[in-house]
Design a binder for this molecule. Structure first.
Ligand code: BG6
Ligand code: MG
Length: 221
């Protein structure tokens, strides 16, 4: 039986990708690296430090900076990001998410946030949806980030169920990889050309509903 839903945050609950992009683009510009929207796609689902490492490698500066310098760049990017998201409100919840959360609560399924973002608790508070979730996996508590399965395995554990009793919802290729590596059924939101390795791809969050999750899970197991 399907018992828990493991939710990515950025791009699933709310669209923060544009703010991550603006903050990385400006930091990149300071370092002389052009971060365009196409390259930014590769950063979706990737942790803050791993994103910086990818940007530096992309700009041919992989070995130029010390760890302390890189940590300072990450802090600078995050301060800018926090400034950009501070006006977020419940109006920024993506379509279909609130009705789905209501349905899941009614049906007694567990709901867990499995996001790479250290800002997840703050964003859920701004969106006023914290109470809909039974737990948030701390991304700092897992050994390896997406595409490794760790965060989704930790999500199943936090829900108190087996991975096979879960479905994961993601918008990033690295996130779908992570769900599948955890032997969990994956539902993806976005472009099927990028996310075709999920068990089902929906173009929009407004297509999400408990019946769709159950149907996808039953066909996959
Ligand atoms: C992911 C985003 O959810 O979280 C990435 O898709 C981001 O773009 C990552 O880099 C880490 O987020 P944060 O908020 O901890 O910098
Ligand atoms: Mg995402």
């Amino acid at each position: 039986m399907l018992k828990a839903v493991l939710f990515d945050l950025d791009g699933v609950i709310t669209d923060t990708a544009k703010f991550h992009f603006l903050a990385w683009r400006d930091l990149g510009a300071e370092l002389g690296i052009i971060v365009d929207e196409a390259f930014n796609e590769e950063l979706k689902g990737v942790s803050r430090m791993d994103s910086l490492e990818r940007i530096l490698a992309y700009g041919g500066l992989a070995d130029k900076y010390s760890l302390a310098e890189k940590e300072a760049f990450c802090t600078k990017k995050n301060d800018h990001y926090l400034e950009l998201i501070k006006e977020m409100t419940p109006a920024d919840i993506l379509p279909g998410i609130l009705p789905l959360l209501e349905e899941l609560r009614e049906a007694g399924l567990k709901t867990i946030i499995t996001s790479a973002s250290k800002n997840a608790p703050g964003i859920l508070a701004l969106l006023q949806v914290k109470d809909y979730f039974d737990g948030i996996v701390d991304p700092a508590s897992v050994a390896a980030g997406k595409p490794a399965p760790d965060i989704f395995l930790a999500g199943a554990e936090l829900a108190g169920v087996q991975p096979a009793e879960c479905i994961g919802v993601e918008d990033a290729a690295s996130g779908v990889d992570a769900i599948k590596a955890a032997n969990i059924t994956a539902i993806a939101i976005g472009d099927a050309a990028v996310l075709g390795h999920a068990d089902r791809v929906l173009t929009d969050t407004s297509d999400l509903a408990l019946a769709v999750l159950r149907d996808t899970w039953e066909l996959a197991v």
